[in-house]
Design a binder for this molecule. Structure first.
Ligand code: ADE
Length: 339
């Protein structure tokens, strides 16, 4: 099935139509996300490589090679997957590793795909091993072999699939098995955005949200966005709420500071959890080294949240280092905390 941009079909693996989104999610998914490569800001090398691959597959009238996106959350892995399906004018079928509990879930999904469809699997590192094995032949030869019945009635069914494109997304590429990783012909590491790209993303979103904001104020929000477009858009919406409620006519640095302080976001974009993470290491473990399990227990916070969300940015800005004995905080972090 082929759809044009304005009438894009997004199908969830449980067949939830897009119209079942909460209004706020709908706004985020439909409204602020870029829909084409030309709308996309940043990650230039990835965009260039993907545009060539998409264009080549279109010229040859073939399905696009399977694509893997990896990197910290909020950098555009889902958005890019959606853009791919838009550019090749195919359906976008959205599921996630944990949703594919049993082989039958995967076989059901795969057998319903049409030619060139994009099957997007978020958190692909969380697919159970028993399900993952079905993906190998599906990705390589567009077929799945499965057994029905048991004992004397067991029968192998060889099911041919349409030539689809699997787009996998993960924050933990190290957890993918090599047979799965090797089956992606295109593999991209998304990195943090620089301030200028974030500023442009904020200006674009402001235009779409009908919010007046100048370049300087956009830079101030960009500085607090931790290199992450999702955070930039979230902070922009908080500033927008604040100026609307307080009836403020012009956004400036003070307005941004005041509105984001309420959200617990400081001038570097660190939030309460980031600061608490640093404080715990400083106060309870003399600055480290300390293992993530101990930090997680002290903070009463999930380890995956710390290692996928909190630590990558603190590492990037040089506030922590990882040693073989564990995490240590740096002088920069002490200075920021005022200790
Ligand atoms: N909104 C979120 N991410 C974006 C990006 N990379 N380009 C444009 N708009 C965005």
């Amino acid at each position: 099935m082929t759809k044009d941009d304005s009438n894009k079909e997004i199908i969830f693996s449980d067949n939830t139509p897009e119209t079942n989104f909460e209004p706020s999610e709908k706004l985020e998914f439909n409204f602020l996300r870029p829909k084409s490569f030309s709308d996309y800001i940043g990650q230039n090398k990835i965009i260039e490589s993907l545009s060539i691959a998409v264009e080549a597959s279109r010229k040859r009238d073939e399905s696009l090679d399977h694509v893997l996106f990896y990197g910290p959350p909020g950098l555009g892995k889902t958005t890019l997957s959606y853009i791919i399906s838009n550019q090749i004018e195919s359906n976008f079928i959205h599921t996630s590793g944990p949703a594919l509990e049993k082989p039958a879930d995967a076989v059901g999904l795969l057998s319903n795909l049409s030619s060139k469809d994009v099957l997007f699997i978020d958190e692909i590192h969380r697919i159970p091993k028993t399900v993952e094995e079905y993906l190998y032949s599906a990705m390589e030869d567009f077929r799945v072999d499965f057994i029905t019945g048991s004992g004397a009635f067991a029968k192998t069914i060889n099911l041919r699939l349409e030539s689809f494109t699997l787009v996998g997304s993960t924050t933990r590429p190290g957890l993918l098995s090599s047979p799965l990783r090797d089956r992606f012909g295109l593999s991209y590491h998304l990195d943090y955005y620089d301030e200028n790209d974030l500023k442009d993303i904020i200006l674009r979103s402001s235009r779409l949200l009908d919010l007046k904001i100048d370049e300087n104020s956009s830079i101030e929000i960009a500085k607090r966005s931790r290199g992450t477009p999702r955070i930039a858009n979230r902070l922009l919406r908080r500033v927008r709420d604040y100026v609307e409620v307080k009836n403020i006519k012009k956004i400036n640095t003070k307005v941004i500071n005041d509105s984001l302080e309420i959200e617990g976001v400081d001038n570097l974009g660190l939030d309460r959890l980031d600061r608490e993470y640093l404080r715990i290491i400083a106060a309870n473990y003399e600055g480290g080294p300390v293992g993530i399990d101990a930090i997680s227990a002290s903070l009463n916070e999930d380890q995956a949240t710390l290692s996928d969300v909190v630590e990558p940015f603190l590492l990037k800005i040089g506030f922590i280092i990882r040693t073989s004995q564990g995490r240590k905080i740096t002088k920069l972090a002490y200075k920021h905390l005022g200790i």
